[in-house]
Design a binder for this molecule. Structure first.
Ligand SMILES: Cc1ncc(COP(=O)(O)O)c(C=O)c1O
Ligand SMILES: N[C@@H](CCCC[NH3+])C(=O)O
Length: 463
């Protein structure tokens, strides 16, 4: 990402502080379609709109902060992924990015499958009518209750994450008189170019079983011996917010090598491989993510080529995008509160939310964009840091961005690309009430996850 300085304007300090910012955009009013969802634009009054609804009326009706989810955009991304991979592959939406019953219904209608990683994500999916056989169950520490529930309802696959779990799932399935379809999650030893906390395929971490040292081969040996398990394939997920396809290619190659080793040792050709999720999205105009069809083409080619070289039948491929589907489909709307110019540094713009609705900046140093959306402005750009209202100096929503210098309390600003890992990682820090998710489509807005209330919080406090 660019960290270059920019020409100093009237509201810029002579020497700008070290930051993540690029030069100010040529037009501060422009809502770049790269980072905003499909139906976002501005009306003739300059107010931003989504699916035909203007943000001023949305703020009036639903309050701020709030997440607005562009249903048309979400569904279009589901279709783009499903079409790109075609009928000989499976797309599992990673529910951890954002899960609600409305989203489950949309996924179902668009023909996608679902990856869940807790009993309660599973319950949400089932309660919204997702057929169990289209659900994959993940997790590095699934409880016995979670496993039993998943086996009982008949999930399509459980992704085994440790040697202990191989035995645990087999016993539970057998005790229920079932044979559970499973995959084994392996760590392929790839250093994905992403933040350390969201890279998952290097060996020193909690997920999966290492290919290195023959551990994954040993896991396959054990799984194949157990009556309660039907081993259908190998799973690899290398991390999240990745742009470079090289890591996926190495991963695919190593997984196919394991399939060849399994065939040589056991005479069994495992029919499926899952290459996980992790595809990056544009959070700022500097980001250039790959399109689903490019990703599908690259993955299909590498798997086909490696399988041909190894004399294997090409397995059925599955992928698990979360962020790449829901991330760009939503934005968070905030009202500007206090504005504090720090001479020679930057201007701190406080909003009515913060790290409780978007922890990603504090946790991963994530970059976001921001725009004034309740009006347009011809004022000079001013370098800002958008911060929340929490008692924490790291409570930053957008580390470095430009907003018009005439920004004032009461203005509405919006942060795009907050559909993934924002509401799903939201907290009640400082007893913040988690914001609602409002789905907007064809001029209609409806709450799909309501705002928490004081009563919700007090109900849990039984002391
Ligand atoms: C196993 C697995 N699959 C899929 C995903 C989804 O990742 P993303 O939302 O980056 O596509 C994750 C999260 O990183 C994951 O751990
Ligand atoms: N929560 C992370 C990604 C990890 C996803 C799950 N393995 C993020 O916001 O980027």
């Amino acid at each position: 990402m660019s960290r270059s300085a920019h020409p100093a304007g009237p509201r810029h300090a002579d020497v700008l502080p070290e930051g993540h910012y690029s030069a100010p955009p040529a037009d501060l009013n422009f809502l770049d379609p790269k980072v905003w969802s499909q139906t976002v634009g501005r009306n003739t009054d300059g107010i931003a709109t989504v699916a035909g609804r203007d943000v001023a009326s949305l703020a009036e009706e639903f309050g701020t902060p709030a997440y607005f989810l562009d249903e048309t955009d979400f569904r279009a991304r589901c279709r783009a992924w499903a079409d790109a991979f075609g009928k000989d592959a499976d797309v599992f939406y990673a529910g951890k990015a954002f899960l609600s019953r409305a989203v489950v219904r949309w996924l179902h209608e668009e023909g996608l499958n679902l990856d869940v990683c807790s009993g309660t994500e599973l319950a949400t999916a089932l309660s919204a009518g997702m057929p169990a056989e289209r659900i994959a169950f993940h997790g590095n520490n699934k409880s016995e209750d979670e496993i039993r529930r998943a086996v009982e309802v008949g999930v399509g696959r459980i992704v085994l994450d440790s040697f202990q779990e191989i035995v645990r799932v087999a016993h539970i399935a057998q005790s229920l008189g079932k044979r559970q379809r499973v995959q084994i999650r392996v760590t392929v030893g790839v250093e994905a170019h992403t933040h350390e906390f969201i890279a998952t395929a290097h060996e020193d971490q909690k997920f999966g079983i290492a290919l290195a040292g023959g551990q994954a081969a040993e896991a396959v040996r054990r799984a194949l011996k157990l009556d309660g398990l039907e081993l259908i394939g190998i799973h690899s997920h290398i991390g999240s917010q990745i742009f470079d396809m090289a890591g996926f290619e190495v991963s695919a190659r190593r997984v196919v090598q394991l399939l060849a080793d399994v065939r040589d040792e056991h005479g069994v050709e495992l029919p499926e491989i899952d290459l996980g999720g992790g595809l990056g999205i544009a959070y700022t105009s500097d980001d250039d993510p790959r399109e689903p069809h490019e990703i599908a083409k690259a993955l299909n080619e590498i798997v086909t080529r490696e399988c041909e070289a190894a004399g294997l039948r090409t397995p059925r491929i599955s992928v698990e995008p979360g962020r790449a589907i829901v991330g760009p489909s939503a934005f968070t709307l905030y009202e500007v509160g206090t504005i504090k110019p720090l001479e020679g540094l930057r201007t701190y713009v406080s909003v009515d939310g913060g790290m409780s609705d978007n922890i990603r900046t504090a946790l991963y140093d994530a970059e976001y964009s921001v725009a004034l959306v309740s009006r347009t402005s011809d004022a000079e750009p001013m370098l800002v840091r958008v911060v929340g209202k929490h008692c924490e100096s790291g409570d930053i929503v957008v580390r470095d961005a430009f907003l018009p210098a005439d920004l004032a309390p009461g203005d509405l600003i919006a942060v795009p690309a907050t559909g993934a890992y924002c509401r799903s990682m939201a907290s009640n820090y400082n007893h913040a009430l988690r914001p609602p998710v409002v789905a907007v489509r064809d001029g209609e807005a409806r709450v799909v996850v309501r705002r928490e209330t004081e009563e919700d919080l007090l109900r849990l406090d039984v002391g």
